[in-house]
Design a protein around this ligand. Structure first.
Ligand code: HEC
Length: 125
């Protein structure tokens, strides 16, 4: 019985982390990144086993510029580079920003959280 309760508590914690709600208002950018991006993206600049390209040193980087990562045709042809404005447009709706891209992502963050996350991310080496 105790184990069951323990499991339920762990599940509730996991759900709370997965769905940022009003109570997560004050989560710093780093934690938002861990929740929303880290499963698919590492920082730094070398591709690893993850689904997406590494996101270190992103500020002013050209889109689709990481050597060794297989980007979609759409992102390679985009001629975007990453600034606060382009990153926010991309995060708020990737498919509208660059149609046919390969980032299968639905934004569950508020505009304010996206902004905090993006500002943090653009400072990472
Ligand atoms: C389900 C996996 C997944 C999640 C979650 C995800 N991404 Fe991505 N992301 C990708 C993939 C795949 C690509 C490559 C897209 C392409 O080639 O069209 C990508 C590309 C990008 C790029 C372009 C990088 C470059 O080198 O041009 C940025 C910026 C980015 N993601 C930011 C984010 C941020 C910030 C988050 C979290 C808020 C996030 N992504 C969440 C999979 C994901």
């Amino acid at each position: 019985m105790n184990r069951l309760i323990h499991h339920i508590v762990l599940m509730l914690i996991a759900i709370g982390l997965a769905i940022p709600t009003a109570q997560s208002e004050a989560l710093p950018g780093e934690q938002l990144y861990d929740i929303a991006c880290e499963a698919c993206h590492s920082l730094g600049s070398a591709p690893d086993h993850r689904v997406g390209p590494p996101l270190g040193n992103l500020l002013d980087r050209k889109a689709a510029a990481v050597e060794g990562y297989r980007y979609s045709e759409a992102l390679r042809a985009s001629e975007w580079s990453w600034t606060l404005a382009t990153l926010l447009a991309w995060l708020s709706d990737p498919d509208t920003a660059i149609p046919n891209n390969a980032m299968n992502y639905v934004n569950a963050l508020t505009a304010e959280e996206s902004q905090r996350l993006a500002e943090w991310l653009l400072r990472q080496p």
